[in-house]
Design a binder for this molecule. Structure first.
Ligand SMILES: NC(=O)c1ccc[n+]([C@@H]2O[C@H](COP(=O)([O-])OP(=O)(O)OC[C@H]3O[C@@H](n4cnc5c(N)ncnc54)[C@H](OP(=O)(O)O)[C@@H]3O)[C@@H](O)[C@H]2O)c1
Length: 252
């Protein structure tokens, strides 16, 4: 397992890469560079990274919904680095209602991404912290659902399964110049992206606590045979307080 120390020099190079710079190849062997470079480098297409911060037993909250803090300080800083390198951070309505996150960058230097909230039925309360005016926020709603709002809104039709099409959503974000997307949860939202086959990387950040019950970090459709399990190419990094599993999927 590779230990990770994100030096100020490497972080500054990653932020420059995010802003369209060429990138400093002197860092190519640095573990921190290898974790963040795929998200930071703009290659002209979309890039989707899903992240979950969970316990050793794969939970993100207790049965009563207590969800903070699961990640340790290094896992939390990792999440904020992912936000800073993304064009947009995307969450589902369940996450907003449960946790009332701000979705801004506060633990590291760098810009806060555009916030994208999938709220098909308009159940996110108007006083949610992620609707604050400090950062651009886009609501994603189902056609015909919810009163009009002053917030920028993408409207999509529901499919036969009731879902909004993830590929159509990525296209709509791309039309707005948002190509590198951090899918921050929760489990249902990550599931929709994984099932659509549009996830490039999945970061599973594990904190050394055992909850024993409660909401899972990932919840995919049941399979009966292990041959049906996802088997991404995976690297493991010691972040300090947390352990990162960096999983790469082939989107082709
Ligand atoms: N530790 C972590 O990394 C982390 C991060 C985020 C959240 N969480 C935890 O995750 C839990 C919430 O997760 P969750 O799975 O219940 O909810 P969620 O994924 O945050 O939100 C699910 C809801 O978002 C909407 N949605 C998302 N994608 C959609 C699509 N493609 N089409 C239609 N609707 C879509 C639906 O809203 P409607 O129901 O309104 O139709 C859906 O029910 C909380 O316990 C929270 O603490 C943990």
């Amino acid at each position: 397992m590779k230990p990770v120390d994100v030096s100020e020099e490497v972080w500054a190079s990653l932020l420059a890469l995010r802003d369209g710079g060429a990138g400093d190849f002197a860092h190519a062997d640095d573990p921190a560079w290898s974790i963040y470079e795929p998200l930071a480098r703009r290659r002209g297409g979309s890039f989707v990274l899903a992240q979950v911060g969970q316990s050793l037993d794969g939970r993100v909250a207790t049965v009563d919904g207590d969800a903070a803090p699961i990640s340790g300080p290094d896992g939390f800083a990792h999440l904020h680095r992912l936000r800073a390198l993304s064009d947009a951070v995307l969450v589902g309505a369940g996450c907003v209602v449960a946790d009332d996150p701000r979705l801004t960058v506060r633990e590291v230097s760098g810009p806060s991404p555009v916030r994208v909230l999938i709220d098909p039925s308009a159940r996110i309360p108007a006083d949610a912290r992620c609707l604050s005016p400090e950062t651009r926020t886009i609501l994603v709603r189902a056609d015909g659902c919810g009163a009009s709002t002053s917030h920028e809104t993408i409207r999509l039709p529901r499919g036969d399964d009731g879902r909004l099409c993830t590929v159509a959503l990525l296209d709509a974000l791309g039309e707005r110049g948002l190509h590198h997307i951090l899918v921050e949860g929760g489990a249902a939202t990550i599931r929709h992206f994984l099932e659509a086959g549009v996830v490039d990387r999945l970061h599973v950040c594990i904190a050394p606590i055992i909850i024993g019950s409660g909401a899972p970090g990932l919840a995919l459709a049941p399979i009966s045979k292990l041959s049906g399990a996802l088997r991404p190419q995976t690297r493991v990094f010691a972040l300090g307080s947390d352990t990162l599993f960096d999983c790469a999927f082939d989107r082709s």
